[in-house]
Ligand binder design. Structure first.
Ligand code: HEC
Length: 132
């Protein structure tokens, strides 16, 4: 019940942003809910990733990941696949990656199936964008 009201609100927010003619990328960011994204991050990513600068777990720290070149955080040993991914992480590249990481960059060592829900991806990306 509460959930469908919330997603209804989010849909109308998305429609309002679209009506203003904002580009697809900034719309994805605008539609994301960083607080919901933080909860999801703790649930789905936190076991392998810290949001604290310089703190490595199984995966690299995701502090400052938005705007960072993939596979380049000093002090973390990436797979060859990630080290050669040759992209900058932004709302668009993260959206594709988080849909299906292994499909996006075959051979990476991030053992995570992805977030099938666009809303979940928007929310997590909104949260990651706050980590600066
Ligand atoms: C089971 C552990 C695990 C989980 C769960 C996981 N990751 Fe990862 N992640 C990794 C590992 C390991 C790497 C490094 C991959 C490589 O070098 O091939 C990585 C790499 C990344 C990168 C690239 C970072 C960089 O510096 O280029 C991003 C972005 C990322 N993960 C986001 C996420 C998000 C967001 C979630 C949750 C939705 C998540 N990951 C869940 C283990 C995990």
């Amino acid at each position: 019940m509460t959930r469908s009201i919330a997603s209804g609100l989010r849909l109308s927010l998305g429609a309002a942003v679209l009506a203003l003619g904002v580009s697809a990328t900034s719309q994805a960011l605008a539609a994301g809910d960083a607080a919901a994204g933080q909860a999801l991050f703790q649930q789905k990513c936190g076991i392998c990733h810290s949001a604290v600068k310089g703190e490595m777990r199984v995966g690299p720290s995701l502090w400052g990941v938005v705007g960072r070149k993939a596979g380049t955080l000093p002090g973390y040993t990436y797979s060859d696949a990630m080290a050669h991914a040759n992209r900058v992480w932004d709302a668009q590249t993260l959206n594709v990656y988080l849909t299906n990481p292994q499909k996006d960059i075959p051979g990476i060592k991030m053992l995570f199936p992805g977030l099938p829900s666009q809303t979940d991806r928007d929310n997590v990306i909104a949260y990651l964008s706050t980590l600066h």
